[in-house]
Design a protein around this ligand. Structure first.
Ligand SMILES: [Zn+2]
Ligand SMILES: [Zn+2]
Length: 433
């Protein structure tokens, strides 16, 4: 048999052979018998297909055709010749009768749980337990060309009832709500698509990281090392921004995707683009103006330009290469003199070669990056103090460009001035978009 065969090339014995293989195993319900022929005839259910096949086999048996079947499959038929078909309680060898009780009950659970979510579309998926999986494999093996998986039937059953009860549509590619029928645990598990919100943030204080750093010893549970806080810093940009969003969406947690990041001790006074991802949100329609106002009550962080985003935009935001402008207040070891400072005015569009900074060498590969410093302006603030305005490529290690990192960054301000740097206080003051 091939799928290319046209009408007339098959023998009716083919259907009888498949039916016999199934009906000789033990009792099989119409739904499972019909599922072996699911791809034949549109517009009828597997149960109807099963009924047609069973009637036909019963008719053939009464006609006197010799077909190998278990007679318990034919309790409800009144045969002409065959007598004493044993009566009694039967359980389907394939689906174990889950469609009579378990599936409808899980359908109700799915409805109850889904009601807690705000969504336009959904998809149902099924995880089989070991026994049902083996049974399913057996049926697919008996009728590889015409059958479908029991998972398709469960998904369809529950999907159909949810469509009606919830007035929502099924979405196969990118559903907002995934409803998982877990037959191993006999329960419904829901997973809603992440909500992505784009915005720009300003960081007004030093001493907090962009993303939440959980304690590396206890991973957030709280221990002696982290003073029972679970976190390494008092707050983070992510923590401030996620707070109203998690509250309003009922989401579980967040993932933060920034367009680059400033160091913990650096402020960011221009708006840096980001996308925050809220995981497993229950509500999807939220008032972003209200979110913004709540965040902006924080002393640490300000946001602007909040809008809904998509997953595809995350990579764009993360990989955007925006030129940056920094302001640095630098304290040197020796007294600065104007003659030497003149040399800084030559720093226009210079290529700077940077070996991976010593301070991050423990977690990053040691390699050489080349970045362009577009412009440097300076203003003397004291005998040893200088204000620098540095405009450079995205990804420039600015601190290293200032202090030279023991010669690992060349050229550097310290090298040009022949004056070691003692302290740098840094702000991002411009992100060119
Ligand atoms: Zn069955
Ligand atoms: Zn800890």
């Amino acid at each position: 048999m091939t799928t290319e065969s046209v009408s007339g090339e098959e023998n009716i014995a083919g259907i009888v052979k498949i039916a016999s293989k199934i009906l000789s195993i033990g009792y099989v319900c119409n739904r499972c018998l019909g599922r072996a022929f699911a791809k034949l005839l549109h517009g009828i259910t597997n149960e109807e297909r099963g009924k047609i096949i069973r009637d036909f086999i019963a008719l053939s048996l009464d006609f006197g055709v010799n077909i190998n079947v278990k007679m318990e499959n034919f309790q409800e038929y009144n045969f002409r010749k065959i007598e004493n078909v044993e009566q009694g309680k039967r359980v389907c060898q394939f689906c174990e009768d889950i469609f009579t009780y378990i599936v409808p009950k899980l359908g109700e659970e799915a409805f109850r749980k889904a009601k807690a979510y705000e969504f336009e579309n959904f998809l149902v998926g099924t995880v089989l337990n070991k026994k049902l999986y083996e049974n399913d494999e057996m049926l697919l093996k008996i009728s590889p060309e015409y059958s479908e998986s029991i998972k398709d039937e469960i998904n369809r059953e529950i999907g159909k009832s949810l469509c009606e009860k919830l007035d929502k549509i099924v979405e196969h590619k990118d559903p907002q709500l995934l409803i998982l029928v877990n037959l191993k645990k006999l329960r419904i598990e829901l997973k809603s698509k992440s909500l992505y919100i784009y915005g720009g943030y300003r960081k007004l204080v030093r001493g907090i990281p962009q993303t939440t750093w959980y304690c590396r010893r206890c991973r957030g549970k709280g221990c002696k090392f982290c003073n029972w806080k679970g976190k390494m810093y008092r707050s983070s940009i992510q923590q401030v921004i996620e707070k109203p969003l998690i509250k309003m969406t009922g989401g579980k947690r967040s993932r933060f995707h920034g367009s680059g990041r400033e160091d913990v001790d650096v402020r960011c006074l221009d708006y840096r683009p980001f996308i925050i991802e809220i995981i497993d949100p229950k509500k999807r329609n939220i008032d972003l103006e209200k979110v913004k106002n709540e965040i902006n009550r924080s002393k640490y962080v300000q946001v602007d330009d909040l809008k809904l985003a998509t997953k595809d935009e995350v990579i764009k935001v993360k990989e955007a290469k925006n030129d940056k402008v920094y302001r640095a207040i630098v304290t040197f070891s020796k007294i600065l003199n104007n003659m030497e400072l003149e040399k800084l005015s030559t720093l226009k569009n210079v290529k700077v070669s940077q070996k991976t900074p010593t301070r991050v060498l423990h977690r990053r590969t040691d390699l050489v990056r080349e970045r362009v410093v577009k412009n440097v302006e300076y203003r003397l603030l004291g005998k040893k103090r200088l204000e620098l305005i540095i405009e450079c490529d995205a990804g420039t290690y600015v601190k290293e460009f200032i202090h030279g990192d023991s010669g690992r960054t060349k050229p550097s301000i310290a090298e040009i001035l022949q004056n070691p740097v003692r302290k740098i206080v840094l702000d991002v003051i411009g992100i060119r978009k």
